[in-house]
Design a protein around this ligand. Structure first.
Ligand code: FAD
Length: 391
């Protein structure tokens, strides 16, 4: 065997998993098709990642949090959900969560850089870049990956962190629930004239959803989801037109809103693998659960799953048992499916309901907001799910 574990994909999930396991001394080979200079200094990609309290704890334990400058960490204190018009929002108040804030915001490129930097010092993490895996096979004792150039590497266990469109997942015969929403998510950073009071806004207009998420200073992250066929209505706007429309949609509550970066479009596809493991092979990160970004949980779940699997492996490793055994993978799969499936299904249902324009859907939306507003236990359950404060 060339190593104990091979991880395919050095995105935030693959890197975090490697770092969480690093202290065990397990020999890890991390394979990535991109060049190392991109991992070391990723470009800004428009994604501002909302992080839960659980992710804060896990990133602190791995040293990732400490690699990010405090000026690049913003707070979400409160959140407001609005339906169609801007009256009567559903208000999530941080004082009811028992925490000083509901969550945190960090740019994806800072998370990726921090994840790379915490792995670098470990001699037992071997990073091989510009290596694209083109085949995977496993047997009773381990697995083998083959690169595009025909070379091979083997390990006791293969971990796929190779994105929601994971090619190796298919090669290992794992089917996946895949939902193409036929919509685009367009993200950018916007400058404001007035303070946002660290409050996140999720606005469900009838033709699109609009999230305005607080960033340090008078800045925010804007996330627009819109039918793919209409995306050009946003993407073709001049910065002036874009700012003017945003200001109007938010009814001037932040004064003028001015585009501060370019617009970054992402197609919206949700995925949930039918199994999270096969023989000596497991899925983590988006390869296991690829969330719609409206509930901001993709990386939060990636980190949670990486930690769950790493802890199961550590238990077996400490006892001198086989770290590729089915028992480890089954336990990880059961725990992580239970932790993620309700929010995956709930998010997809919410997206369906909030993007339909039929009178029935509009009525159902109002009823849902009223239930949330007037039933404190329901609101608390939603808040706990979204912030992972109690995990
Ligand atoms: C607009 C938007 C907003 C988001 N907002 C949030 C948010 O607020 N909160 C949140 O928690 N999440 C959010 N997410 C989700 C989050 O960005 C993802 O969950 C996270 O980036 C997934 O990380 P990953 O490592 O699993 O996969 P990826 O980042 O996709 O990384 C996969 C890696 O595998 C490599 N790879 C793929 N195939 C191969 C191969 N065959 N051989 C070698 N290497 C390979 C790729 O090059 C890549 O580096 C958002 C996503 C989007 C699009």
């Amino acid at each position: 065997m060339d190593s104990d574990i091979i991880i395919i994909g050095a995105g935030p999930a693959g890197l975090s998993f490697a770092r969480i396991l690093a202290d065990t001394g397990v020999q890890i080979t991390l394979l990535e098709k991109q060049p190392e200079k991109i991992l070391a200094k990723p470009d800004y990609d428009g994604r501002e990642i909302a992080l839960t309290h659980l992710s804060h704890r896990l990133m602190s334990e791995t040293g990732m949090w400490g690699k990010i400058s405090p000026k690049d960490i913003s707070l979400i204190k409160d959140a407001k959900v609005l339906n169609g018009d801007l009256d009567k929002p559903l208000f999530f108040d941080h004082t009811k969560s028992g925490k000083e804030n509901l969550g945190f915001m960090i740019s994806n490129h800072h998370i990726r850089r921090a994840a790379y930097e915490v792995c670098k010092p470990y001699k037992n993490i071997k990073l091989l870049t510009e290596k694209e895996v083109s085949a995977v096979e496993t047997n009773e004792v381990g697995g083998t990956v083959t690169f595009k150039d025909g070379k091979k590497l083997s390990a006791k266990l293969i971990i796929a962190a190779d994105s929601r469109f994971s090619a190796t997942r298919r090669m290992m015969g794992i089917s996946t629930d895949m939902r193409d929403f036929g919509r685009m998510c367009i993200v950018c950073k916007v400058k404001l004239d007035r303070d946002h009071d660290d409050t996140a806004y999720e606005c469900f207009f009838y033709d699109r959803t609009l999230a305005v998420l607080p960033l340090n200073g008078r800045y925010c992250s804007v996330v627009i989801t819109i039918d793919s066929k209409d995306a050009h209505l946003v993407l073709d706007q001049s910065p002036k037109e874009f700012g003017a429309e945003l200001t109007k949609r938010m009814e001037g509550r932040f004064g003028n809103m001015t585009l501060d970066t370019k617009l970054f479009p992402y197609p919206l596809v949700g995925t949930f693998a039918d199994r999270f493991y096969a023989n000596r092979y497991a899925l983590i990160g988006d390869a296991a659960v690829g969330m719609h970004p409206v509930t901001a949980h993709g990386f939060n779940f990636g980190l949670r799953g990486a930690h769950t699997l790493a802890m199961e492996i550590k238990k077996f490793h400490d006892l001198g048992l086989d770290i590729g055994s089915e028992e480890i993978l089954r336990r990880y799969s059961e725990t992580h499916r239970a932790a993620t499936l309700p929010l995956y299904l709930g998010t997809n249902a919410l997206v369906g309901l909030y993007t339909k324009t039929t009178p029935l859907a509009k009525l159902a939306r109002k009823a849902l907001l009223a239930v949330g507003q007037h039933l404190p236990p329901a609101k608390r359950i939603i808040m706990n799910q979204l912030t992972e404060a109690a995990s």
